[in-house]
Ligand binder design. Structure first.
Ligand SMILES: *[C@@H]1O[C@H](CO)[C@@H](O)[C@H](O)[C@H]1NC(C)=O
Ligand SMILES: *[C@@H]1O[C@H](CO)[C@@H](O)[C@H](O)[C@H]1NC(C)=O
Ligand SMILES: *[C@@H]1O[C@H](CO)[C@@H](O)[C@H](O)[C@H]1NC(C)=O
Ligand SMILES: *[C@@H]1O[C@H](CO)[C@@H](O)[C@H](O)[C@H]1NC(C)=O
Length: 407
């Protein structure tokens, strides 16, 4: 029992006799560039006499040598994934050293676009200065190394300068219209957009912008002419004209319907527009149409845009008798007992022998249709009199007819 008490006394005396060794806790900071090669000596501790050092909490990327007291890089560093490393060194006699290592940036990341191709739609009426938001690039580097200084835009086809530019405003990126757009001139622009950071030297990367100009109903239909003169052979249901207006807009903005405007010119009622599978819309005459001396009508072409646009065409229809068919001669004999002409001895000169009428599938025969005896009348036995489209064959020389008969 007495022995145990005396041992405790000795221990207390020992503690009191070493007052100069004080426990301390300090923090040291240093930095290393993220591109430091492996085995670069980053920092070295200054040893205190009589102290030994030991790593208590380490890191896989920085090694501590407890003999040389050097901190050395042991693996590639990357500020963008770990921008600081802290470790703990303890000493004997006991004290604590917190080690804080800042990883310094180098410009090792190019700007990056979230997608390779951006599709953008802009109406063709978008004015100069019109902006639409697009996706910009990001860059994880620090400060200027990670700041996009400028975006440039280059057409992927050689042709011309493009009516766009890219502008940055605060954290947003916009495509801005800088020139006149016209879908009917050009519908698609494909451009390469390049983002460049402000590092030294800068890094850049690019992506594609695919810009489609949207149609607006900004073109009326076009007949190619304001007036048209059509010739008609007079037949009913004649196909006069294939309605051929065009509209350079697209979709509904170019889908056309036609109509004959009411209250057109003279004789405008004798026409209609029919739709055929092969030829589309066709202007035709009705069965009762007559155009003497001519017909005039106004045809409207209207697109289906909202609002729609329309154009008119003034049409003049004039009669013109085509000559695709031979006229037919119909003969009625007098007397009608025989299917040929009979001349009796008692017949007198001037007697009507037959009435001849003309028809022509091409249409009404005009004043210029003529009929004449071509041969067989060398002795002038017959005479053909035409008066206002009535043709009468008469006996002219009874004596010659009798002589002919007796021969
Ligand atoms: C950017 O990177 C360079 C090396 O590429 C470096 O010297 C500079 O300190 C970095 N700037 C910033 C703000 O980290
Ligand atoms: C339609 O046809 C008429 C007559 O042939 C012609 O004058 C006009 O230019 C044509 N219109 C178009 C748009 O082709
Ligand atoms: C022409 O039209 C009238 C009435 O519109 C009709 O009675 C007649 O049968 C038609 N003629 C032909 C050949 O279709
Ligand atoms: C008949 O002929 C004359 C002279 O050649 C011409 O001026 C006139 O237009 C013609 N009439 C018709 C209906 O074709």
């Amino acid at each position: 029992m007495t022995i145990r008490i005396s041992l405790l006394n000795i221990f207390i005396v020992l503690l009191l006799s070493t007052p100069s060794i004080q426990f301390t806790e300090e923090t040291i900071k240093f930095a290393v560039s993220e591109d430091a090669p492996i085995n670069t000596v980053i920092e070295k501790l200054t040893p205190l006499p009589g102290f030994s050092y030991r790593l208590s909490r380490g890191n896989s990327k920085i090694r501590f040598d407890d003999q040389t007291l050097e901190f050395t890089s042991s693996a590639p560093l990357d500020r963008e994934s770990e921008n600081a490393i802290d470790m703990l060194v303890i000493t004997s006699p006991p004290s604590i050293i917190h080690v804080l290592v800042d990883i310094l940036d180098v410009n090792d990341n190019s700007p990056k676009f979230p997608i390779d191709v951006q599709k953008i739609e802009i109406p063709e009426t978008a004015p100069i200065g019109f902006r639409t938001q697009i996706l910009g690039a990001t860059d994880p580097d620090n400060g200027a190394n990670g700041t996009i200084g400028e975006y440039s835009l280059v057409g992927t086809t050689v042709d011309t300068e493009t009516p766009f530019r890219v502008v940055q405003f605060e954290d947003f990126v916009f495509l801005e219209v800088t020139g006149k757009l016209d879908r009917e001139q050009r519908e698609i622009y494909e451009m390469r957009m390049t983002a460049k950071d402000q590092g030294t030297p800068p890094l850049s990367s690019s992506s594609l912008l695919n810009i489609r100009i949207l149609d607006i109903n900004d073109n009326p239909p076009d007949f190619g002419t304001r007036t048209l003169r059509l010739h008609w052979n007079g037949l009913p249901y004649a196909h006069l004209f294939q309605l051929n207006a065009t509209d350079p807009d697209s979709g509904e903005n170019s889908r056309l319907t036609y109509r004959i405007l009411p209250g057109g010119g003279p004789n405008a009622n004798g026409f209609e527009i029919i739709r055929t599978a092969e030829q589309g819309d066709i202007l035709v005459t009705q069965n009762s149409t007559s155009c003497i001396p001519r017909c005039e009508l106004v045809i409207e072409a209207r697109d289906s845009g909202t609002p729609s646009l329309a154009t008119t065409l003034n049409v003049e229809v004039v009669m013109e008798y085509g000559n695709e068919h031979e006229p037919n001669i119909n003969i009625r004999f007098y007397p009608s007992d025989y299917p040929f002409i009979v001349v009796q001895p008692e017949d007198v000169n001037g007697k009507t022998l037959a009435i001849l009428s003309l028809t022509d599938p091409d249409g009404p025969l005009g004043e210029n249709a003529t009929i004449r005896i071509e041969n067989g009348n060398e002795k002038s036995i017959f005479s053909l009199i035409s008066r206002q489209s009535i043709n009468i064959l008469t006996l002219r020389n009874q004596e010659s007819a009798e002589k002919e008969n007796t021969n």
